[in-house]
Each structure stands twice: as C-alpha cells, then as structure tokens.
Write a protein that binds this ligand. Structure first.
Ligand SMILES: [Fe+2]
Length: 394
C-alpha cells in the first residue's frame, strides 16, 4: 500500500505544480487583470476536474462510469504528458532568459502556455491516429553455425501487447488479424498482455474473440500471458494492486478458449514434423495465480533434445543467459512497447538488454516486438504498433 500512497502523492504534486505554472503563464497575457481574477474559480474547477478523471477511473467500483473515466483518463494523461513536458521545459528556459534580460512583464510565459497546449493537442491526435496503423516488420534469423547448411525454415508471426481495453476497438483487432493472415505464417506466437488488467472494461469481448479466432497458421496460435493478463487496479499506468490479489479471471480463460489460443503456462510443445519446440513461460512478475512463481530455466527446458530448434516465448525480455545455458536457441518477447511514446523509446534501452528488435545476447538471437497495441494512453509517438514476422533458418 506504500506504493499506492507514493503514486498518489506524486500525482497530486505534479498536477498542482503544473496547474500553478499554467495559472502563472495565463496571468502573463494581455487580458484585463480584473477578468483574469474573476475567471480564476472557473479555471481552478477545470484543473481539479481534469486531475480527478484518472482517479475516478482507478478507484470507482467496476461500472460503466468507471470505464468511461478510465478511457478518458488515459487520453487525458497522454495529453498531459506532452503538455506538462513542454510547459515545464520551455518555462525553465524562459525563466533564465527573463532573469538575464531583467524582464518584469514575463509575457513569453503566456506564449509558451498557448504553444504547449496547442502542440500537445496536435501530438495527441497524431499519436491516437498513428497507434491504429499497425505495420509489419520482418526479421531474417539463422540459428545455424558458420559452415553448416540449414535443414529447414520456419515463418513465425510474433505478436504481443494487444492490450485490449476500454480504449480498444474491435475493428483494429479485425484489421490486425487480416494483416497477420496475409503474412501466411507457419505458426503464430503471442508474447502476452492480451488485456490491460481488466476484462470488464472490454466492450463486446465476443467481437474481439471472434476476430482473434480467425488467426490462421498451420501449427496454430500459441500464447503466453503477461503481467497485465490479471484483474487489478491501475492508476496512471501504475499497478496499485499487490501481486497476491492479482489473478487471471475465469472470463479471461474463457476468452482465450474462444480465441482458439493454445495457452502455454510453463509448457513445452512440439511442432509436428518440424524438429521445433516452443517453450512458453508464465510471467515472472505476475504469474496469474496471485504469485510470481514459475519454473526456472532449467526446469522448463530440461529434457528437450538438443537437435531440436528450441524457441522460448515469454512476455518480459529477460534471463537470456540462463535460457541460453539451458538450451534455448532463440527467445521471443514483448512487454517494452519500444517505449510506446517519445521519449519512452530512449528510456527503455536503459532497463532492458534488448529493448526492441533483434540482438544477439549470450550467443543466441533475441527478438523483442514493439507490440500491436498500446498501454495507458491510446497513442504511439516515435514508435509503431507492429506485427513482427520472424523467418528462422535452422
Ligand atoms: Fe504490455
């Protein structure tokens, strides 16, 4: 619960600070000061109402009202990120300039306010439209040692982070399914986060499961669950539910069944006649049963014949050294979203050995997809929603 308090205190400090800075900037305009004073209660009401929207989405009991505030709160926080980022940065620079020039009017703060507000709106609209344009990214990978000839190849479509939520639309999922099927994959592997920590917020879940059940691949669709495939409360993108209360629900399991997904919870399957096995891991952060328990790398991969191509599918990209040591030939993952929204794409590499794309780590190729969906704000800025095709020569 300490974490919840920190998140809320941090949120109140940021909202208050940005509101005060906005008020200061608006006050520097040319309008009559009398009018500015008269309209202050109205502006305070707007600041409080906007700040309250994500709180209502997080803390109201499950209902249509909660889901409305969840959806609009996500969009508002996306806008707020860019508005506050630009306002704070430009204001800091302006403060230095005013100090040097001994400028007492400080009118440039008013200009900064209008530019930040308008630019954040343009970025939000662009990010929301761009997030719906799923692109196909292709990687060619070989697991054959130098001097040896490959015996076979496999076309994998790697999907992750669908993040079906209050901000999703079935038509986007339907279009994604069409694009995946057009790739004609041998097998489809989904690296978790089908949901965004809530099943109830999904309008018409049957439309999503109907669309996903139309995914086509000779060997089917294998899926691992992610840290958001549990029912929990989120506030501003932070989980405020402790692990022991975060469970995958019966509705979620039924949804996976309706989609025709073959779920892999620390399980290994063989693709008939292809000399390929897929080992799917439980999520190491939230296993779905109120714990973080999952098989270690040795338990998972023990007993797999070394001549078989061993593909490890997991949600969070990690533990490469241990996986390679225990026989993994390639690791496929998601979770990072490639940062999703600028400047996130420059931040995630600090926390992940492979934050995005293909990288050889511990002697094996690792692939991390940016994911087909979005988390929190339904926006992508500086990154793409993507379907990842991995052609493996082995
Ligand atoms: Fe995710």
């Amino acid at each position: 619960m300490i974490i919840v308090q920190y998140v809320i205190i941090g949120y109140i400090i940021v909202q208050t600070g940005v509101s005060l800075l906005t008020e200061f900037a608006v006050n520097r305009g040319n309008r009559p000061k009398e009018m500015f004073r008269k309209t202050r209660p109205l502006r305070i009401a707007v600041y409080v109402l906007l700040a309250a929207v994500p709180c209502l989405g997080a803390f109201l009991p499950n209902s249509e009202v909660k889901y409305f505030f969840m959806g609009s709160g996500n969009i508002w926080l996306g806008y707020f990120l860019y508005y506050s980022g630009m306002l704070l940065t430009a204001s800091a620079i302006a403060a230095i300039v005013c100090l040097i020039r001994r400028d007492k009017e400080k009118r440039m703060f008013s200009i900064i306010f209008y530019i930040s507000a308008a630019a954040a709106l343009i970025i939000t609209v662009y990010g929301m439209i761009h997030a719906q344009n799923t692109k196909v990214v292709t990687y060619d990978i070989s697991t054959v040692s130098e001097g040896e000839q490959p015996t076979d190849k496999l076309k994998v479509v790697l999907l992750a982070d669908l993040h079906l939520s209050v901000n999703s639309t079935p038509s986007t999922t339907e279009k994604m399914v069409e694009k995946v099927n057009a790739c004609e994959p041998d097998v489809i592997l989904v690296a978790g986060d089908i949901f965004t920590s809530s099943y109830g917020g999904l309008k018409h879940p049957e439309k999503y499961s109907a669309a996903l059940s139309r995914l086509e691949a000779e060997y089917g669709v294998y899926v691992v669950s992610g840290n958001h495939d549990v029912e929990e409360n989120l506030f501003g993108g932070f989980s405020i539910t402790t692990v022991d209360k975060a469970f995958r629900t019966k509705e979620m399991d039924k949804f996976f069944e309706d989609c025709g997904f073959k779920m892999l919870y620390d399980e290994v399957v063989e693709l008939d006649g292809r000399n390929v096995v897929v080992a799917g891991r439980k999520d190491g952060e939230k296993a779905g049963d109120g714990t973080t328990n999952r098989m270690d790398e040795h338990q998972l991969l023990d007993g797999i014949e070394p001549e078989k191509l061993t593909i490890v599918l997991e949600h969070e990209p990690m533990n490469y050294a241990a996986l390679a040591e225990n026989g993994a030939d390639i690791v496929l993952a998601g979770h990072t979203h490639n940062g999703q929204m600028f400047p996130g794409n420059f931040i995630v590499p600090f926390f992940n050995e492979n934050a995005y794309g293909v990288k050889t780590i511990s002697g094996i190729p690792t692939v991390v997809t940016a994911g087909v969906g979005y988390y929190g704000a339904p926006m992508r800025v500086g990154t793409d929603s993507e379907i990842t095709v991995v052609n493996i020569e082995y």
